[in-house]
Design a protein around this ligand. Sequence first.
Ligand SMILES: Nc1ncnc2c1ncn2[C@@H]1O[C@H](COP(=O)(O)OP(=O)(O)OP(=O)(O)O)[C@@H](O)[C@H]1O
Length: 241
Amino acid sequence: MSSTHEALPVLTARGLGKTHGRTRALRGASVDLRAGEILAVTGASGSGKSTLLHCLAGIVRPDEGSVVYAEQRLDELPEQRLSELRRTEFGVVFQFGQLIPELTALDNVALPLLLAGASRKDSHERAGEWLERFGVRGQEELRPGEMSGGQAQRVSLARALVTGPKVVFADEPTGALDSLASEGVMTALVHTARESGTAVLLITHDAQVAAYADREVEMRDGAVASGVVAAGADAVVEVPR
Ligand SMILES: Nc1ncnc2c1ncn2[C@@H]1O[C@H](COP(=O)(O)OP(=O)(O)OP(=O)(O)O)[C@@H](O)[C@H]1O
């Protein structure tokens, strides 16, 4: 999709620094996520990928640098505004889905809508539609413990997308799946993200998964680098597709 290469950034991070205890997880990480694009973030274990995602998603505040979303500095927003923004504009998917074990698939997906004030009937109707989009219609009454890994991740994706977010953050969404299930989940994610114009920031170790993205950036030692050694900690060099 060449148009995504011209799209304006929806999220911009500049010079992010973050220290956890004595570990510098980020040092001068900069990246743009463009509207509607799927961006893969790759890199060795411990290079700072998850910390970058957490800062971009407003889950963690960076110690240094800025994160701008829709002309707002996320790193400076009061906690209440930030959590509202996370609920309404962002969706998040983790490696192990993190569905609520006591709730059925339908209730897990309906939950963000209920929290946003929708009625039970509407929430369930829309949740059902999203389960269908992710190919898990018929599994509505299953609880997470009764699902396969692939099914659980499809339900997690439905839950992340049901509120119509502008950005979905996916941290190793296929990390616990075999290659067939992984392919199914990625195809469903890419298809629905394209359909709804949602930008996706996708962390992965897997080159086959990264190949679904429009663009790929690699992290090294807490900064966004490229396949070639970057000139400075702030350098952003991309691998266009
Ligand atoms: N909450 C935390 N407390 C202490 N150290 C942390 C914390 N979160 C991350 N770290 C450390 O910061 C560094 C970067 O971690 P991060 O999880 O961002 O890397 P990653 O590239 O996502 O790694 P992986 O691919 O293994 O998930 C690592 O050395 C990690 O151990």
